[in-house]
Design a protein around this ligand. Structure first.
Ligand SMILES: Cc1ncc(COP(=O)(O)O)c(C=O)c1O
Length: 461
């Protein structure tokens, strides 16, 4: 009989202690952090599920590659190894390294967007939206209909709404839409995958209107694995082949190597357009660095080159997807409302359904983030009205986001199953006392990306 238990497909070679705190200490720490978990010291967090970005553990092969890093300013051997590793999966002509994903976004939108432009996406993530808006352009989300209902399972809830894209392009035309983006997997909408058929159709529509398609490829390997599991016709294709196919429908991509690059820093911008690549490299030199390092050390380029080889291993991806699902299944089985089905890199709790008595503009996602920290030292992030609500600075008027979510993002190769069992137990304790949890008000906010630095106060205090 085959063994059914899916294990972490690695042994642990180096360990990093985590510090236990008492409930009284956590009360003091969260108050000092103005109830914003971004403002906590990481040493005061026990299980850090704030993000899966740059928080993964590197392999022994990656650490060995770090030692081989060539720190030459121009023409570094590590750049050529990085470029070769990227091109094995990403079939684009020009590969431009950047220090992380948002630097690739800033360069791309600086070159392609003007005030008044519109950039559609299945769902923009925070930095993508902010970089587009910073250029004076408008970021428009076109998620598929199935994504609106958080609790309803659908295999490809990350898909773009094809009819809405067609309508937008027919109404606005090539002159107003410099590019279309597709975020794979869809981070703001639940870590949900995009189907191969959807990428193909989005590409066909874009090209019919003469508009280039770019993929935000942060979690390309997780997306490819979901296609292999869920889309008929792909069960016998390798994850690498699947990724190559969906990337081949695009004209370029942005990538944060802090996710499926399995690295702690880095990213890149890729394009097939020679003229654009020249303009992008000129900007890169101005703010990031020479095009053979782009703001990274040679050793970082080596870590990414090796990470991209490891991330498409199917043992790794099976463990990755199954362990995220394990958390989702164990809390939803006890009634905790989550975005269904579980995402690839994170579980998204529906905070509005968890705390129905806390109105959206009393920030139920923030309230839950505070409670998980107080209960057990767990850090998670609100993806709701603080991150994505509209707020008019002049009038103070606020419009809530479509969903109030709390994301528990799982760092890659970092936590074991017993860490996750601890998280499950803590969440269920908070679930039991949910009726006694109240909302928050904002006492300070920055003009954009306010969630990173906002300060809060519990209502009634
Ligand atoms: C979908 C998506 N796009 C872009 C980014 C930005 O990448 P970085 O944090 O490397 O700047 C992120 C980061 O979380 C992301 O999830």
């Amino acid at each position: 009989m085959a063994i059914k238990t899916i294990i972490e497909p690695f042994r642990i070679k180096a360990v990093e202690p985590i510090r236990m705190t008492t409930p009284a200490e956590r009360q003091a720490k969260i108050r000092e952090a103005f109830y914003n978990v971004f403002l906590l010291h990481a040493d005061d967090v026990l299980i850090d599920l704030l993000t899966d970005s740059g928080t993964g553990a590197m392999s022994s092969e990656q650490w060995a590659a770090v030692m081989r890093g060539d720190e030459s300013y121009a023409g570094s051997r590590s750049y050529y190894r990085f470029e070769q590793s990227v091109k094995r999966l990403f079939p684009f002509k020009h590969i431009i390294p950047t220090h992380q994903g948002r630097a690739a976004e800033r360069i791309l939108f600086s070159v392609m967007c003007r005030p008044g432009h519109i950039v559609p996406n299945n769902a923009h993530f925070d930095t993508t939206r902010a970089n587009i808006e910073y250029r004076g352009a408008r970021a428009v989300d076109l998620p598929c209909r199935e994504s609106h209902e958080t609790g309803a399972p659908h295999p490809f809830k990350g898909n773009m709404d094809l009819e809405a894209l067609e309508r937008l392009l027919a109404a606005e035309g090539r002159a107003a839409v410099p590019l279309v983006l597709l975020t794979i997997t869809n981070n703001s909408g639940g870590g949900q995958p995009v189907a191969m058929a959807n990428v193909r159709q989005v590409s066909e529509i874009c090209h019919r209107y003469g508009v280039p398609l770019y993929i935000d490829a942060c979690r390309f390997a997780e997306n490819a694995y979901f296609i292999k599991q869920r889309e008929p016709g792909y069960e016998n294709r390798s994850v690498a082949e699947i990724a190559q196919e969906f990337l081949s429908y695009a004209d370029g991509c942005t990538m944060s190597a802090k996710k499926d690059g399995l690295a702690n820093i880095g990213g890149f911008l890729a394009t097939n357009d020679e003229d654009l690549s020249r303009q992008e490299k000129d900007l890169l030199i101005l703010t990031e660095g020479y095009p053979t390092y782009g703001g990274l050390a040679g050793r970082d380029l080596e870590a990414i080159a090796t990470g991209l080889e490891e991330v498409v291993h199917e043992d790794y991806l099976q463990y990755r997807i199954v362990s995220t699902e394990y958390l989702g299944r164990h809390i939803s089985g006890e009634g905790v409302p989550i975005v269904q089905p579980p995402g690839g890199h994170a579980i998204y709790i529906d905070a509005a359904a968890f705390l129905p008595h806390v109105e959206p503009l009393r920030y139920p996602g923030i309230a839950l983030a505070v409670e998980f920290y107080l209960e057990a030292g767990i850090r998670a992030v609100e993806i709701g009205s603080v991150m994505f609500g509209q707020h008019d600075r002049e009038s103070g008027e606020e419009t809530p986001a479509e969903h109030e979510l709390l994301r528990l993002a799982i760092p890659r190769r970092v936590y074991t199953q017993s860490h996750i069992d601890y998280v499950v137990e803590a969440i269920l304790e908070v679930w039991k006392r949910r009726e006694r949890i109240g909302g928050y008000r904002i006492t300070y906010q920055a003009p954009f990306l306010r969630h990173f630095t906002a300060r809060f106060e519990p209502l009634g205090s």
